[in-house]
Design a protein around this ligand. Sequence first.
Ligand SMILES: NC(=O)c1ccc[n+]([C@@H]2O[C@H](COP(=O)([O-])OP(=O)(O)OC[C@H]3O[C@@H](n4cnc5c(N)ncnc54)[C@H](OP(=O)(O)O)[C@@H]3O)[C@@H](O)[C@H]2O)c1
Length: 257
Amino acid sequence: MARVFVTGSSDGLGRMAASLLVERGHAVVLHARHEARGRDALAAVPGAEAVLTGDLSSLAQTRALAERANALGTFDAVIHNAAIGYRERQRLLTVDGLSHVFAVNTLAPFVLTALMHQPGRLVYVSSELHRRGDASLLDLNWEQRPWRGNQAYSDTKLHDVLLAFAVARRWPAVRCNAMEPGWVATKMSPRATGDLDAAHRTQVWLATDDDPAATGTGGYFYHLRPKPPSGATRDPERQDRLLAECERLSGVRLPDA
Ligand SMILES: NC(=O)c1ccc[n+]([C@@H]2O[C@H](COP(=O)([O-])OP(=O)(O)OC[C@H]3O[C@@H](n4cnc5c(N)ncnc54)[C@H](OP(=O)(O)O)[C@@H]3O)[C@@H](O)[C@H]2O)c1
């Protein structure tokens, strides 16, 4: 049985994935933005081992979260699930002066990846919308463009795939994949019409299953099957450029291997 850390498991697909993991006998550490949400998460996923808190819009809190996670040991798998959705009406600045969607959806998974003990498997939850992301990687922080929440979200979901593939190249010993859950009704997208019951299963499969299809690295998946990601995500130069920008903006370095 595996020990899995799931970010953003106080609600939505993170909570559903955590519940399924517990149901299947895995040990699960939950994550929530603060203590009150942590209590909600523990109540919603009875059987979870623990909950760790930290607001992913803050670099200091994300670093502290990584430290607390490391104090619990090395995980078999980490599912980078937490995110802000595509309906943000304005660019909000985080305590670090960054665009909040970029900070939570791109920089936080980068920082956690870099600072947590290397797990056996890494799963990055992306979206079909990554295909609409701006592959130029210019203006990651939305200082030059008029704000468009949908575009900001799509950009970060492209980043999540680039991050997964970059880390897969850098850390060959870690099985590192990205996936999309489908458009499903959660707090993020209440009107969605996709198959909610299938939306959390691929991340659980990638995190824990011995199926040879789930144990490769550098793949992109939808509903337990490989799916071609946007061609831009396969460009190593672009992957490295994103890592370099994340390192510059966070002050955190991704270890070589
Ligand atoms: N739903 C869809 O149709 C859909 C489609 C494609 C991809 N996805 C992806 O699936 C993943 C899960 O989305 P979801 O639909 O389950 O969304 P959700 O219901 O809104 O859940 C998002 C989770 O992330 C947490 N979170 C957000 N900002 C945070 C912050 N600053 N610090 C700590 N935690 C934070 C939320 O905490 P709170 O509960 O406290 O807000 C919540 O636990 C995301 O990566 C999303 O991009 C979803």
